[in-house]
Design a protein. Structure first.
Length: 320
């Protein structure tokens, strides 16, 4: 298991965080699911595949996380199965992959009902299927959390992956839509719909390539200044920010990451200058460093070091 996977799984395994995710993506921000309604379940999806010879072979897949959700309804308690997949990049087979996970979970739930029904001495069509007319399986929903930069660029529907020789075939072939949580597509208000640190972490994910926006979150947004240790580890490992995290403290001061962001912003401008070999690269570096509110003397020193400028040349760029 990679470091990124560990950080995101530990973070989302907190039932409060998981419930927050479910309420945002499935119930539109309504507080329908509580942490006490959740029970973590087996992440292994194992399905027997008959080979027509004798003993069946087995298909096994490992999800990132699966929770059973107990939902109170007028007809009593009913259950929902929710799986979560964390992605740092746009997986080109994700619709087919998630559809397989869901189908394997449905198959496992059916197998359990059939096993329970063996003691009922079924006959006729019930015997053939192993099911009673009143038997039902719980719905299965897979959520895909995209932690990468920018928008999801892979397929969002199974139909996008299929090469149909005739468009009319689409009406006969089942589609599958990804249930994405995509920070780049979320507006400012959406991040405030969350009740936990999840909103702040997703906000950082959206801003990960924008030094100025990261600085704003650190300095101006109260939700983003102080995070739980697990949330800070997601920001550090998934977004690549070097943050001193005290393992003995439950809360981490995110302002400690400000120096790292300043370095990112300077390197971005520095790289542009070297690649293009033009004044625009230096001007971009100056603009970013000014935005970070560094002292003029510090900016001058950085320009002199990075671009081999004299003191007067650096000042001309600063005051241009």
């Amino acid at each position: 298991m990679g470091k990124n996977d560990c950080a995101t799984k530990v973070f989302l395994s907190d039932r409060r965080i998981f419930a927050d995710l479910v309420n945002y993506r499935i119930f539109g921000g309504k507080q329908v699911v509580e942490a006490s309604d959740l029970q973590e379940t087996n992440c292994d999806e194992v399905t027997p595949l008959p080979d027509g010879i004798g003993s069946p072979s087995y298909k096994e897949s490992l999800r990132d996380m699966v929770m059973n959700v107990a939902m109170r309804t007028p007809d009593g308690t009913k259950y929902l199965v929710i799986g979560v997949e964390n992605q740092m990049s746009s997986h080109l087979a994700m619709p087919a992959r998630c559809m397989l996970y869901d189908a394997m979970r449905h198959t496992e739930n059916l197998r359990r009902i059939i096993n329970d029904n063996k003691e009922k001495h079924l006959a006729g069509r019930e015997f053939l299927s192993g099911l009673c007319p009143e038997d039902r399986i719980p719905p299965v929903v897979t959520l895909v959390v995209y932690w990468g930069t920018g928008c999801w660029t892979g397929p969002r529907f199974l139909h996008e992956m299929v090469d149909y020789p005739d468009e009319q075939l689409k009406t006969l072939c089942a589609d599958y839509q990804l249930n994405l949580i995509e920070p780049a597509m979320m507006d400012e208000a959406a991040f405030h719909d969350f009740r936990t640190d999840l909103g702040a972490v997703l906000h950082y994910a959206k801003a990960q390539a924008d030094g100025g926006e990261l600085r704003r979150l650190l300095c101006e947004d109260e939700r983003c200044k102080m995070l739980s240790r697990n949330a800070a580890e997601v920001v550090q490992t998934v977004l690549g920010m070097e943050i001193p995290i005290d393992e003995n403290e439950e809360v981490t001061d995110m302002c400690k990451a400000l120096e790292q962001i300043k370095q990112w912003s300077f390197e971005e401008g520095e790289q542009t200058g070297f690649v293009k070999g033009e004044r625009t690269g230096i001007q971009k570096a100056v603009s970013i460093l000014k935005e970070l509110q560094l002292d003029m003397g510090v900016i001058q020193e950085k320009l002199m070091t990075a671009y081999s400028l004299t003191a007067d040349e650096a000042l001309k760029y600063i005051h241009n």
